[in-house]
Every structure is written in structure tokens, then in C-alpha cells.
Design a protein. Structure first.
Lengths: 108, 113
């Protein structure tokens, strides 16, 4: 099965609404990264987390290593938030494992 | 600003031909990575390196070689390209041993005919 499972796989939001994305891990994740892949294909770093929470503007992320999950909250969604969100779990070695992504479409 | 660059950005190759994808980073990171991204998949690790002169197999290394001649440069080599290697390839760099945050280049779109 998937070592890093992202949900939902796709999501549609209206501008100004809030939502949460989730990653569940079946591996012993010690770090989590969240990325946004924009419609042009570029991968932008959003958060890098050890267990705990971080906030940046309208985005907030949490990582609970004991319960093996991470969340990304989007507040007041904007059109430019559209794209595919990936989480990637590190387990202390050199490699990380990516989830399959959540495709987000924000509409006016 | 520190950056990861890739060349070429687009490449069309013929089956059986040799393809070299290049990556350069100015982050001064020890670790570099090559991934491929296909529809329906996240990013899958092909090869990685933890320093100049080192290359390690990732999760899907078959059909690919890698070369790390310097701290800044990491190449992915397809000796005999096949249509199944048509994909988007991303290079990344990361620091702090295995716990470092990874930073990605813009990607190379490879089509093998």
C-alpha cells in the first residue's frame, strides 16, 4: 500500500473559503515537507516540519509523528492557491517518500 | 538567491539514443537528487548523491546512470533511451545530511520517440 497517502485526491473551493489537506504515513516519518506544484509545473516549498506546527500567512501546517499524519490548512483560499499539493516524508535517511498529491482548484 | 537549475528544459530523443540531463545548484548542499514525475504518481526517486564523487540508487534506478563530478553538478544519463522513459525529470538539492529540506529545479520534459 501507499507509504504516504494524501487526501483528498482532488478538491474544489470557492475563493474565500477554508480547507484542510491531509497526509497519513505508514512509515516512521521524522520530517515532512509540503510543496505546491503550480500549473506551470514548478515545485514551490511551503513548509518543512519536524513534529510541531508552522504558519505562513494563510497557510498553516502541523505534523504529529506519533499519530503519523500531517495537515495543511488553507484559510481564505485565493485563485493563486490552485495547483497540486504534495507532502513528502523523511525517515532520517537521505530519501524522502512523496504522496500522490491533492489537486486543488479555487474558483471565483 | 540560491537556486537549482536544469538543462535542457525540453528534450526530444530517439529510442536507443543517449540522453544526458544536467543539474546545477548554488545552494552549497551536499545532497542532490533526481526524480521523475508521471501522471498519477508523485515524484519517484531515481538516483541521489551525498557528495561529489558519490552516486546511490534510488527506488527506480533501472535504465539510468548518474554522475556527480562536483558539489554543484549532478547529471542523469540514459544510455539507451526507451519510450517508457518519457517523463518530466526534476533535480533537487538538500543539506543537513538526511534531514535537510529539499529544493527543486524547474524540471526537464523528456520525450522519447
Amino acid at each position: 500500500g501507499d507509504k504516504v497517502k494524501q487526501s483528498p485526491s482532488a478538491l474544489s473551493l470557492q475563493e474565500g473559503t477554508n480547507s484542510a489537506l491531509r497526509c497519513n504515513f505508514s512509515i516512521a516519518a521524522t520530517t515532512v515537507q509540503w510543496f505546491l506544484q503550480n500549473p506551470r509545473g514548478s515545485l514551490m516549498n511551503l513548509f518543512y516540519l519536524v513534529p510541531g506546527t508552522k504558519e505562513n500567512g494563510r497557510l498553516k501546517s502541523a505534523f504529529d509523528s506519533k499519530e503519523s499524519y500531517s495537515t495543511l490548512h488553507i484559510r481564505d483560499a485565493q485563485l493563486e492557491d490552485s495547483g497540486t499539493y504534495f507532502c513528502a516524508a523523511g525517515t532520517g535517511g537521505y530519501k524522502v517518500v512523496f504522496g500522490s498529491g491533492t489537486r486543488l482548484l479555487v474558483s471565483p | 538567491e540560491a537556486a537549482v537549475t536544469q538543462s535542457p528544459r525540453n528534450k526530444v530523443a530517439v529510442t536507443g539514443g543517449k540522453v544526458t540531463l544536467s543539474c546545477n545548484q548554488t545552494n552549497n548542499h551536499n545532497n542532490m537528487y533526481w526524480y521523475r514525475q508521471d501522471t498519477g504518481h508523485g515524484l519517484r526517486l531515481i538516483h541521489y548523491s551525498y557528495g561529489a564523487g558519490s552516486t546511490e540508487k534510488g527506488d527506480i534506478p533501472d535504465g539510468y546512470k548518474a554522475s556527480r563530478p562536483s558539489q554543484e553538478n549532478f547529471s542523469l544519463i540514459l544510455e539507451l533511451a526507451t519510450p517508457s522513459q518519457t517523463s518530466v525529470y526534476f533535480c533537487a538539492s538538500g543539506g543537513l545530511g538526511g534531514r535537510g529540506e529539499q529544493y527543486f529545479g524547474p524540471g526537464t520534459r523528456l520525450t522519447v520517440l
